[in-house]
Every structure is written in C-alpha cells, then in structure tokens.
Write a protein that binds this ligand. Sequence first.
Ligand code: SF4
Ligand code: FES
Length: 247
Amino acid sequence: MNLTLRIWRQNGPEDPGAMHEYEVRGVSEESSFLEMLDILNEELFERGEEPIAFDSDCREGICGQCGLVINGIAHGPEVTTTCQLHMRHFNDGDTITIEPWRANGFPVIRDLVVNRSAFDRIIQAGGYISVNTGAAPDAHATPIPKQDADKAFEAAACIGCGACVAACPNASAMLFTSAKVTHLNLLPQGKPENLKRVNAMLNQMDAEGFGACTNIGECAAVCPKQIPLDVISTLNRQLGKALFKGL
Ligand code: SF4
Ligand code: FES
C-alpha cells in the first residue's frame, strides 16, 4: 500500500504545532499501524530528518501507552489499541490523519506523545489500601461473591490508555476513574475506605483539568477493554452515599 499521512508535529509543549504531510510506500497490509510509523521513521532518519515521536511499549494491547487519534477516532477504526490495529483496515491510496490525544489533562510533550501522568495521580489519590494487610493471603481465604468478583475483574481490565478522555467531547476521565473506583470498591479489601476513595479520586480528576461527564457515551464506544458505562453509575451511587454522609 502507498499512503499519505497527515501527522501532527509539535516541537515541545510550548510549540503551537501543525499538521505535516508525508508519503509512505510499500506498506504491507499485515503490518501493524505502529510498524507502518516505524517504516516512515526509518525513512525520515535516513533522510536526516527528525523522526516522529510516538509512544509504545508492549505492542500487545496491555500497557496502554500507544494512544493516537486516527482519522478523528481514538485508536482508529477498530475498537482496539493502536498497537493492535492493522493496516488491512486501510486501503491503498488512503490519506490518514494522525493526531495526539487532545485534552487539557494530557498536555502534548512532543509530536504524538502526551503526558498521561494525571492518571497516575488519580490512582494515587485513592487507589490504595491504607491498612496493613500482612502477607499475601491464600487465594480462597476471603470469600467474594462471584458477581462482585466478575464485575471487579471487568473494571480492572482498564489499561489507562486514555482513549475515553480523547473521545469525550468534555475530555472527561469519568470512565477511567469509575473503572478504578469500581474494581477497588467492590472487593472486601477496598470496602473500609470506599466512600473516601470516591471523593478523593473525583477531586483529583477535577484538579487535573478533565471535564465533567454528561452521559454522552463516546468513552465506552472506543474503550479497547470494553469497560461498560455502568461503572459510572456505580461511582455515582457511591458518590451519593459519600455526600449523604458528609464526606
Ligand atoms: S476506561 Fe477504557 S479507554 Fe479509558 S483508560 Fe481504561 S481502557 Fe482506556
Ligand atoms: S503499546 Fe502497549 S497497549 Fe499498545
């Protein structure tokens, strides 16, 4: 495949940035999207030009590092991570637009790389257990209802990629925050401070500059781990309890 790529280039956080156009030739439809960018970067390197900065680590859909907005959609035309997106979903001669996540909470560091440490701070605000839990218990020592275990596991599948924020017109981090709250609060180990945790994580989300949730649902539509919208309802129910108790 021969492709035209329109890619956002930004030479640092203060640079205004702009779209640049590149031609890339001979891309196999079996290549992943990131391998296609590797091919372009090798060409740029050989020409003595600055390669395009983009993030990736596992390239297996696990780490959540590789988010890009492709043709206006977070992670592109398939509901998966960018590293798991393959070029067979594009056609020879296509023009593909590639941009970084756009959100106040995710400032651009360079080109397609954004700073997602706001997510770490949201987790730090409430995503831990403050009591001493001692040594690791035997697997079945703490009985957990199957329904709760399944729900917690489903929420824990969130990889913190940030696609939910990038897709949301309000740039809200509500799906991510709710997934983290849900998986911690449903398990017995997370119950003692569950309401405090909801408040702390939501306050941090606001402080990081993410927007409010207005139930649009774009977040769940692009989530590569299929985190369902009902984790937001779970969080809202717990927030109601926290407010009722004056926490
Ligand atoms: S909720 Fe989904 S889209 Fe949002 S950070 Fe987690 S895995 Fe990514
Ligand atoms: S590089 Fe790890 S999820 Fe894509």
